[in-house]
Design a binder for this molecule. Structure first.
Ligand code: CP
Ligand code: NVA
Length: 306
């Protein structure tokens, strides 16, 4: 893989296995001792920012969190120049961006300059890879072997579901996607999914999607940056709530997952989110372990010391 991690599938099976190993309790050591890591945010964050700050500290380093408005990406200076500036001081540049292309431009600028500083995606409009690593840790803890397991995702084709599809492809887990008309994966996305070895099945009826699932997953109906579509999305998704009725259609052992933030009574009922099958707080806690695994892996794979 390239030294950067913009999409989960870029890890490949072996890379993902190593990330999961480094995220584990045996620890990744202190490879960041004496170094710092940039954490840049164009969108708000509770879990990702705190998980990564804590993980950087645990690896012996110092996190520097930057809100996009402080640096003015493509306003005060270009995304490329922001990346090159951050690479003067930090071992890694981690960024949550509005447009995935911003990450590609940052990574491209560092490559063109011959700098061995990895860029890590902390959520874009395309993927949310660090979330999917945390979700795999959570799934493994509850289901054990994931090869042959089924995850049913109720919601749209978005950053979270794309990274879950990529995760499924790497570990041999089937992903059922239940979406309202107009919000499902496109033909191009299905081609991408099968190209990386994913087994994806599309459903319009969420009850059918969850029937044989080991894990049920949902995410907000309106992702960050989609507020203009809010009313239309709330109408379209009204039959796609993960509530007690839908959960009753799934096998008794199925766990309930949500990346958070959640909107009780919208994409998930309060009873299901806070109920006995819910593992959402384990997912949130695993964000930090996943962050440690990803950072340690990227350092191991080519983030040269400065
Ligand atoms: N799940 C997640 O990424 O949460 P934040 O947006 O709070 O970081
Ligand atoms: N799909 C959501 C995920 C939030 C963690 C969003 O992009 O807002």
């Amino acid at each position: 893989m390239s030294r950067h991690l913009l999409c989960l599938e870029d890890l490949g099976e072996q890379g993902l296995a190593r990330v999961l190993q480094l995220a584990g309790p045996s620890g990744a050591g202190r490879p960041l001792s004496g170094s710092s890591v940039a954490l840049l945010f164009e969108h708000p964050s509770a879990r990702t920012r705190n998980a990564f700050e804590a993980a950087v500290f645990q690896l012996g380093g110092h996190p520097v969190t930057i809100r996009a408005e402080e640096v003015g990406i493509d306003a005060r200076e270009t995304a490329e120049d922001v990346a090159r500036t951050l690479a003067c001081y930090h071992r890694l540049v981690c960024a949550r961006v509005v447009a995935h292309s911003t990450l590609e431009r940052m990574a491209g600028a560092l490559d063109a300059a011959g700098l061995a500083v990895p860029v890590l995606n902390l959520l874009s409009n395309k993927e949310h890879p660090s979330q999917a690593v945390a979700d795999l840790l959570t799934l493994q803890a509850h289901l054990g072997e994931l090869k042959g397991a089924t995850l049913a995702y109720v919601g749209d084709a978005n950053n979270v579901s794309r990274s879950l599809v990529a995760a499924g492809a790497l570990v041999g887990m089937r992903v059922n996607l239940a979406s309202p008309p107009g919000y499902a994966m496109s033909e191009a996305e299905l081609t991408w999914a099968s190209g990386i070895g994913g087994e994806v099945h599309l459903f319009e009826d969420p009850a059918e999607a969850v029937r044989e699932a080991d894990a049920l997953y949902t995410d907000v109906w309106v992702s960050m940056g989609q507020t203009a579509e809010k009313a239309a999305r709330q109408r379209a998704f009204s039959g796609y709530r993960l509530d007690e009725d839908l959960v009753s259609k799934a096998p008794a052992h199925a766990i309930v997952m949500h990346c958070l933030p959640a909107h009780r009574g919208e994409e998930i009922s309060a009873g299901v989110l806070d109920g006995p099958r819910s593992v959402v707080w384990e997912q949130a806690a695993n964000r930090m372990h996943a962050a440690r695994g990803l950072l340690a892996y990227l350092l191991e794979e080519g983030g040269a010391a400065q």
